[in-house]
Every structure is written in structure tokens, then in C-alpha cells.
Ligand binder design. Structure first.
Ligand SMILES: NC(=O)c1ccc[n+]([C@@H]2O[C@H](COP(=O)([O-])OP(=O)(O)OC[C@H]3O[C@@H](n4cnc5c(N)ncnc54)[C@H](O)[C@@H]3O)[C@@H](O)[C@H]2O)c1
Length: 309
């Protein structure tokens, strides 16, 4: 990342008041003025310091996370805010998105909410111009929103595939396309996409899901390659199964949800599903300057699923 990244050592009492107002609204992600941050946020970021070396600090960075009203997205927002970033929470679910923001703000972090469907290209463009404005910026874009479906090709309708494609692929395409011109202009941008183990190996009964997640890996690598010399990094995370409402919803599609849960847990060599925070930590690494040589990767966080059977 070429943009300024203050170490936590340099964000003592930014903004003086220690209040959040200037973080609320688009102002949180715009302008080059000293970053508005509460003392609480500085203290939280300070927790990530080892000796005098700052690790994985996002102090001074502005991030946007989609699908952040639940599961992995919510965990990423909390982790980024704890590392000192100002975060915009985007979700199609108004109540869920607001709840994430309330939790982060109550904990002393900086977050704002925008209700939006990532499959709506016009809304994505509008959001980008609102966030960037005349002098704003976005350092980290996390395309996490995603939906699933259970079924072989014979149990999948064309509409199912289109529905998943619109969110899982077009959603990422829309936001990357909306924010990339600005990131290229400032020669700095960090994009993190949520793919899946199902984007690297096929998963039984997940025809539509795997089709879209393989596309996410391809889209990620293409952006990484095309724009590496313009200061852009683009990576994706490929989790195994993670205990989130997403998985709970899929389990309900099985005749015996409990048996399905055990079967899903056993696909990981570790014999369990991941916690959302275990995925958020990978996102933090990719978002931080410590991963500055990492681009175009499909980062497997799969409990050993892909190591072999
Ligand atoms: N949970 C897992 O086991 C797992 C494994 C691998 C990959 N993933 C991927 O990680 C991401 C997050 O998964 P999760 O388990 O946290 O899901 P989740 O269902 O718990 O949360 C997804 C969030 O995305 C939002 N969303 C859905 N469609 C949207 C849209 N069109 N626009 C904006 N927001 C939208 C939902 O409202 C929800 O808040 C997804 O891309 C998923 O495919 C999940």
C-alpha cells in the first residue's frame, strides 16, 4: 500500500475530542485530514503491538466490508476496527448491518452503515462516488457478501445459478469496477475477496456455489495481474466451513440437519468448522502492510480440507 499508514505509535490523540462524529457518515472514509479516531480505538490498536513493533495495524486506513451484517463479514469489521481502521459496513439487510455498526461503536471502534445490494451496479457506482467524493479515499475493499445453494446440476435451476452469480460474482465485479479507477489514480488499493474452498476444489452438491466461487478466484487473479504495477493488491480467502448463519441456512436444506452438521465438520482434517474470527485474522493479515508482497493468492483457511483425504 503506497498510502500513508500511520503506525499506532503515531495516532495518540488524533482529532483531539476522541469522539466519533467525524467518523460517522461518509466523512469517515473521505479526505486527507488527520484521521478521526477515539482514544479507545488507539488503545485497542495498541493491543496489537509487540514491544515497539506494530503488527497488523490498520491505523489510519479506511475499509469497506460487504455482507458485514453477519458471520465472517461482521468478524472482519470488528477485527479491522480493533486494529484501528475506520470501516464502512455494507449489507442488503438493514437491521443486521446496523447491529454490526452499533456493536463496533459501542466497543470504541469507528464504523458507519450503508444499506446496499452488491448486485446493483448503479448503487455500487453511487457508493464509490459518495465515498471517494472530491478528496476521499478507500484503502481496503473486502468483498465478502455471498449466498449459497445446495444441489447437483440436476437439482439446480438456471435461476438458482443466475441468483448466485449476481451476488457472488457480479457483486464483486461491480464494486471492484467502481473503486478501481480511484485506487489506480492514487496508486494504492487493497482488495480482498471471499471465495471458498469450493472455489479451489469441487464440493459435492454445490454446483452453483462452486461455479461462482471458482469465478471469484479467477476474477481475483485477473485483477491482481492486470493492476499489480498500478499499486493494487488483490487476494481472495478460501475458507473451509465456518460456523455462521450461512452454514445454518444450508443445514436446514438437509433432511437430517444434525447428521449433515457432523458430516460437514468432518470434511476438515481438524474435524471441526472454523470460527468467523479465524477467517477475519487472515483478512487482517492481507489488509495490513505486513502482507505487502502478497497478491493474486487464493489463501486457503480450510482446517486441512484440501491437504488430502
Ligand atoms: N460460512 C462458510 O462456511 C463459508 C465458507 C467459505 C466461504 N464463505 C463465504 O464467506 C462469505 C461470508 O459468508 P458467511 O458465512 O459469513 O455468510 P452469512 O450468510 O452469515 O452473511 C452474509 C451476509 O451477506 C449479506 N448479503 C447477502 N446478499 C447480499 C447482497 N446482495 N448485497 C449485500 N449484502 C448481502 C447478508 O445479508 C449477510 O449479512 C460468503 O461470500 C461465503 O460464500 C463462507
Amino acid at each position: 500500500m503506497g498510502r500513508a499508514c500511520e503506525s499506532v505509535d503515531r495516532i495518540p490523540t488524533v482529532c483531539g475530542s476522541g469522539s466519533l462524529p467525524c467518523a460517522l457518515g461518509v466523512g469517515a472514509l473521505g479526505g486527507d485530514e488527520p484521521r478521526c479516531g477515539s482514544d479507545k480505538v488507539a488503545r485497542k490498536a495498541d493491543n496489537l503491538r509487540v514491544g515497539r513493533v506494530s503488527i497488523f495495524s490498520l491505523a489510519g486506513k479506511r475499509a469497506l466490508v460487504t455482507g458485514a451484517g453477519s458471520g465472517i463479514g461482521e468478524a472482519i469489521v470488528k477485527t479491522f476496527a480493533a486494529a484501528g481502521a475506520a470501516v464502512m459496513v455494507v449489507d442488503v439487510n438493514d437491521a443486521a448491518g446496523r447491529q454490526t455498526v452499533e456493536k463496533v461503536n459501542a466497543d470504541g471502534g469507528e464504523a458507519v452503515f450503508r444499506q446496499m445490494d452488491v448486485s446493483d451496479a448503479a448503487a455500487c457506482n453511487h457508493l464509490a462516488s459518495e465515498v471517494i467524493g472530491s478528496d476521499g479515499r478507500l484503502d481496503i475493499l473486502v468483498n465478502n457478501a455471498g449466498i449459497g445453494h445446495v444441489g447437483t446440476i440436476l437439482q439446480t435451476e438456471g435461476d438458482d445459478l443466475d441468483r448466485l452469480y449476481r451476488v457472488n460474482v457480479r457483486g464483486i465485479f461491480n464494486l471492484c469496477k467502481a473503486f478501481l479507477p480511484h485506487m489506480i489514480e492514487v496508486s494504492a488499493g487493497n482488495i480482498i475477496n471471499l471465495a471458498s474452498i469450493g472455489g479451489v476444489v469441487a464440493v459435492r452438491d454445490r454446483l452453483a456455489y462452486c461455479t461462482t466461487k471458482f469465478a471469484v478466484v479467477g476474477l481475483t487473479k485477473s485483477i491482481a495481474l492486470d493492476h499489480a504495477k498500478q499499486g493494487i493488491r488483490c487476494n481472495c480467502i478460501c475458507p473451509g466451513r465456518v460456523e455462521t448463519p450461512f452454514v445454518t441456512a444450508r443445514l436446514k436444506e438437509y433432511a437430517d440437519p444434525e447428521a449433515a452438521y457432523q458430516k460437514m465438520a468432518s470434511t476438515q482434517a481438524l474435524g471441526r468448522m472454523a470460527k468467523p474470527l479465524e477467517i477475519a485474522h487472515a483478512a487482517l493479515y492481507l489488509a495490513a502492510d505486513e502482507s505487502s508482497f502478497v497478491t493474486g493468492t487464493d489463501f486457503l483457511i480450510d482446517g486441512g480440507w484440501s491437504a488430502g483425504k
